[in-house]
Every structure is written in structure tokens, then in C-alpha cells.
Design a protein around this ligand. Structure first.
Ligand SMILES: NC(=O)c1ccc[n+]([C@@H]2O[C@H](COP(=O)([O-])OP(=O)(O)OC[C@H]3O[C@@H](n4cnc5c(N)ncnc54)[C@H](O)[C@@H]3O)[C@@H](O)[C@H]2O)c1
Ligand SMILES: [Zn+2]
Length: 341
């Protein structure tokens, strides 16, 4: 099978390549890949060049995006251009190709859910509003029912939940999902939308907006001798190791029907648990306090579809994943000659 990975030179692309090496692989990216593959240097917005690469490919893995939630607020036009217009450009390229691909695997994000769904004792499943500054100043961390104001309990995020993106980045991922899915029947390809939760592991830039927290905590533990955790540390995330994501991408290529599937572990880890795990490895303290506006409180995937449709469940535990990430940071010199974050 001829597979083209658009944006394949990045963090997730480089780990995905290991699991699809039995295919005829081409990477289309602004920068060259660090692994062996055909390479076309190109911008996703260059429709003509993209069309040449897409033509004759059996499947597309679409990874090219700008990926920072905070930066997306300051660079609206860039985010809309690269992410939303980039998806449109890919669709034009597919439309105009002589031999169109039969599959498009899109790397979407849990960010499309926003704060997600919660359970209220009185009102059942509800979608809380983002927490206000006043709420955060009072240290009232848990989201509240929009109808009765009671504290609510987080539910696993399910594929059929309402999407409530809270950042320009999240909105562009939703646009990508919509375009790739809606155009699939017209252009004759299957659309497989994968909603990645917090991906981490070797190769992730320490300033990544996602699980940069893991590389950031490791760096802090070594340099500053303590870890700084926001809120009360009981906010939760679903951390999935990058090799697990690479393998899921490979499995998605085998899928014969269109689908939208969460990619996580289904395990809720509090940021405090994560910090203690890293702090204990280094014998340092964890300090709790402060907050960042715009952070969501809880996020974890329901992974039933991942299990049934992709026949897969995560392999790597957070303990193993953190150790592997720290080894990579040491071996690749990430912990040397840098100023403190
Ligand atoms: N890392 C995560 O935790 C996470 C979580 C959810 C979703 N995602 C999604 O997964 C995908 C890959 O993320 P990543 O962590 O590997 O990011 P990354 O930044 O490491 O890789 C993105 C790649 O896209 C390329 N690219 C950027 N703009 C381009 C353009 N205009 N034309 C061509 N190529 C371009 C970059 O050169 C880079 O190689 C993204 O779509 C991201 O939204 C990542
Ligand atoms: Zn209620």
C-alpha cells in the first residue's frame, strides 16, 4: 500500500513510521523526516504540489497542523490558514487527483470536547460552562451544573458527545474533522478521525502544549529540585504513550469503514499523581498553587470504540512511559546546557 504522511516529520509521525514500515511510505512536510522514507518538501497549502503526492496513494495520514492551544489565541489567522485551509487544500488535492486515495486518517484532538460532559445528581448529563475567573480566584476548582450550580462529576468523553471547542486551535481541529468526514462520500474515501488525548514520549519537544508537562516536570525535578502544580493538583488528564498512538495509526489504515474514534488509555491521572511519580523518582517536593486561565479541569477518554473497532488497548503504563521519556531526554541531551524553563 502506498501511504502518504502529511506532517509526518513531527513527533507523532516519527513514531507512526515504525509501525507502517511494511508500506511504501512518503512523507510530505515542510521539514525532512528523521527516518527513512520518500520525502517531498511542501506546504500543505500548496494544493498543486500536494495533489502530485496524493495522486496514486492508497491512504493519507494527515498530521500537519499548528498545535499550540495558547499560541492559537495570538495567531488566529495562521491557525485558521494552516489547520482549516490546510484540510480544505488536502480535499482539493484529493478531488483533482487522477487516482484518489481510499482512506484518510485524521489526527484530531480531545480539545474538540472542551470541558466535556459531566453528571449532575439532579440534571443527569450536563455540559458545564468554562470556569470563570471569579470561580478560579476563589479556588472553586470543580465545574458546576449550568442549571442548579451543584458540583458535577466528570464523565469519560465519548465520541457522540457535543463538541464545545474552547480555543481557536480546538475549533480548527473540529473544522478539519467536519471537512474530512463530510467530503468522504463525495470523493469516495473512508474518513477515520482519531481524537488523540494527551500524547507524550520520546521526541516530544519540551515546550509542547500537550504533555509538555511530562518533559517539563522532569526538567524541573532535575534543575529546580521541586515541581510546580497548578490548582489543587486534582485536575485529571488521559496520558497516552506515543508508540501506542503510532500503532493505532497503523491499525486505522486497515479499517474498512469511516469512523470517529477516541485515542486514549481511559485512565484518569491527576496532575498531582503524575508530579509525585516524577518527584519521587528524584526525591524532590511538589508545590501546589496558582492557575492558568483557559485550562479545562478533567479529561479522559471512553475507549470502547478503540477496543472494538481497532482491536487494541494501550500497552504502556504511565510509570514505564515516564521512565522511557526521561531516558530519551538524557540520551538526547535535552537535560544538558539549557536554561531552566
Ligand atoms: N501531541 C499531542 O498530544 C496531540 C494531541 C492531539 C492531537 N494532536 C495532533 O496530532 C498531529 C501531529 O502532532 P505532533 O505532536 O506530531 O506535532 P508536530 O508539531 O511534532 O508535527 C507536526 C508536523 O506538521 C508539519 N507542518 C506544520 N505546518 C505545515 C504546513 N503548513 N505544511 C506541511 N507540514 C506542516 C511540521 O513541520 C511538523 O513536522 C497534529 O495534527 C496535532 O493537532 C497531537
Ligand atoms: Zn444540576
Amino acid at each position: 500500500m502506498r501511504v502518504i504522511m502529511i506532517g509526518g516529520s513531527g513527533f507523532i509521525g516519527q513514531h507512526t513510521a515504525k509501525f507502517i514500515s511494511n508500506n511504501d511510505l512518503c512523507v510530505y512536510d515542510l521539514v525532512p523526516p528523521s527516518f527513512q522514507a520518500d520525502y517531498v518538501q511542501g506546504d500543505i497549502l500548496d494544493e498543486k504540489r500536494l495533489e502530485k503526492s496524493v495522486d496514486g496513494s492508497d491512504a493519507v495520514i494527515f498530521l500537519a497542523s499548528l498545535i499550540s492551544v495558547p499560541r492559537s489565541f495570538d495567531a488566529l489567522a495562521d491557525y485558521m490558514n494552516v489547520n482549516a485551509c490546510g484540510a480544505a487544500s488536502l480535499i482539493e488535492a484529493i478531488k483533482n487527483a487522477n487516482k484518489r486515495p481510499k482512506k484518510v486518517v485524521l489526527s484530531s484532538s480531545a480539545a474538540v470536547y472542551g470541558e466535556g460532559a459531566y453528571a449532575c445528581d439532579i440534571h443527569g448529563k450536563v455540559y458545564p460552562l468554562p470556569r470563570t475567573q471569579d470561580q478560579l480566584d476563589r479556588g472553586s476548582w470543580e465545574p458546576r451544573c449550568p442549571y442548579c450550580g451543584r458540583e458535577v462529576k466528570p464523565l469519560p468523553q465519548a465520541e457522540e458527545d457535543e463538541l464545545r471547542p474552547l480555543s481557536p486551535y480546538a475549533l480548527t481541529k473540529q473544522v478539519q474533522e467536519w471537512l474530512i468526514t463530510a467530503m468522504a462520500p463525495r470523493l469516495g474515501y473512508k474518513a477515520i478521525v482519531l481524537r488523540y488525548f494527551n500524547v507524550y514520549g520520546p521526541g516530544q519537544r519540551p515546550d509542547s502544549p500537550y504533555s509538555g508537562v511530562i518533559t517539563k516536570f522532569i526538567t524541573q525535578a532535575i534543575r529546580e529540585k521541586h515541581l510546580q502544580v497548578f490548582e489543587d493538583g486534582l485536575q485529571t488528564r488521559d496520558y497516552i504513550y506515543v508508540d501506542d498512538v503510532g500503532e493505532i495509526n497503523a491499525r486505522a489504515l486497515e479499517l474498512e469503514e469511516s469512523a470517529t474514534i477516541n485515542v486514549g488509555t481511559g485512565i484518569r491521572t491527576t496532575v498531582l499523581q503524575l508530579a509525585r511519580l516524577i518527584a519521587d523518582r528524584h526525591g524532590v517536593d511538589v508545590v501546589v498553587g496558582g492557575y492558568r486561565q483557559g485550562d479545562i479541569r478533567h479529561s479522559a477518554a471512553r475507549i470502547d470504540l478503540m477496543r472494538t473497532m481497532l482491536g487494541w488497548q494501550p500497552r504502556m503504563t504511565i510509570e514505564e512511559g515516564v521512565a522511557a521519556t526521561e531516558n530519551w531526554m538524557r540520551e538526547s541531551g535535552q537535560l544538558k546546557n539549557e536554561s531552566s524553563p
